[in-house]
Design a protein around this ligand. Structure first.
Ligand code: SAH
Ligand code: SF4
Length: 352
């Protein structure tokens, strides 16, 4: 049986585990220092941890369970990593360079069952959830890459926007957040972390109650039920009324604004009437609309990206109607950096 990754244990869980196995609780901090500060990839390198403890850790855990399959670097510094999981499945992780730091986009599931009509990830049905360790390991592997480059760069931001629906893998995703935020370890500020969901309302309530202080983004993509159901079938089960109520609860509970993601699809949802309807739907809610240029996907040829003027006009209409919004800058378009594209391409090539 494959050993689980030690990166998947929250600090408390590692402390209890060590105690149950006859080691002082305090060892947990020592082990975490080696994992997250000095970033060793072999238990034997934890030289000040006693030998019995190292042996028991080795017996039960692995540090690395992912293997780098390929790595592509774009002209703008975006790096797309494809990793092989211990069961042979492939996942992708993207590193983006921003003015404010290095941001990693992580995958949470192998495939996605939500099946939005415009998305490459949904082309492949969910095979399984990722463990918390496999999600943390994506961050660690990117950080280890920068450690090797040797310029002292640190991953400072995380977006949970890779393949999969994070709220359909809730517990593991929450453990992941706890681990990367923890000041005893990687210490990535919660305000530097954004989780994106297609809108699983029940989970939005649960997430709000956890008060994790991270940012929440909702894939809205349409201003009314008819259109949203057409492009995101999840809207049939969870219509906008339910979603907006969950959003209101989140904003009230967290005292934070919400991000609403809106992909602009040519002649589908990008007209002035849509912008006006969107402004009306949002009303005076504390929201920020992120307008996303569509990244064309071969299999979804019914969708094209909106013209630049249309994007700007949409933005203007929202602004004029009092909506706080911005247009997302694209990264790595020359290396298939759109959600799920590289993975699905690799799988197709592997099959042919
Ligand atoms: N499942 C979650 C998170 C992963 S998708 C969600 O849907 O929110 C992350 C974001 O990328 C979502 O807003 C999604 O709608 C968007 N996206 C998916 N395919 C895209 C494409 N081809 N071009 C641009 N954005 C895309
Ligand atoms: Fe899944 Fe998100 Fe893609 Fe929809 S947009 S299919 S929820 S990954």
């Amino acid at each position: 049986m494959n050993k689980q990754s030690i990166y998947g244990l929250t600090f408390d869980r590692l402390s209890s585990w060590l105690l149950e196995h006859g080691h002082k609780k305090g060892r947990a901090q020592q082990v975490w220092d080696w994992l997250y500060r000095r970033r060793v990839t072999d238990f034997s390198d934890m030289v000040d941890v006693n030998e019995d403890c190292i042996n028991v850790l080795k017996e039960h855990f692995a540090i690395q369970t992912l293997q780098e399959h390929t790595k592509q670097e774009s002209a703008d510094g975006t790096i797309k990593f494809l990793f092989t999981l211990s069961d042979g499945n492939l996942i992708e992780t993207v590193l983006m360079r921003h003015k404010y730091g290095l941001s990693v986009c992580v995958t949470t599931q192998v495939g996605c069952n939500i099946g939005c009509s415009f998305c490459a990830s949904g082309l492949l049905k969910k095979d399984r959830d990722l463990s918390s360790g496999e999600i943390v390991e994506q961050i660690m592997n990117v950080q280890l890459h920068f450690d090797q480059v040797g310029k002292g760069e640190r991953v400072s931001h995380i977006v949970v926007m890779g393949i999969g629906e994070p709220f359909d893998n809730f517990d593991n995703m929450v453990d992941f957040l706890e681990i990367v935020k923890d000041q005893k370890g990687l210490e990535i500020g919660p305000r530097h972390i954004t989780v994106s969901t297609s809108g699983l309302a029940d989970k939005i309530y649960e997430f709000a109650d956890l008060k994790l202080q991270v940012n929440l983004a909702i894939s809205l993509h349409a201003p009314n039920n008819e259109l949203r159901t057409r492009i995101m079938k999840i809207n049939r089960a969870i219509p906008l009324e339910k979603l907006m109520s969950a959003i209101d609860y989140y904003v009230e509970k967290s005292n934070r604004r919400i991000t609403l993601e809106y992909i602009l699809l040519r002649d589908v949802n990008d007209q002035k009437e849509h912008a006006l309807e969107l402004a009306q739907l949002i009303g005076d809610r504390r929201a920020y609309v992120n307008l996303i240029p569509y990244n064309p996907v071969d299999e979804h040829s019914q969708y094209q990206r909106s013209e630049e003027e249309t994007v700007l006009a949409f933005y203007d209409t929202l602004k004029k109607n009092g909506i706080n919004c911005g247009i997302r800058i694209e990264h790595g378009t020359d290396i298939d950096a759109a959600c799920g594209q590289l993975r699905s391409k690799q799988i197709k090539e592997g099959q042919s």
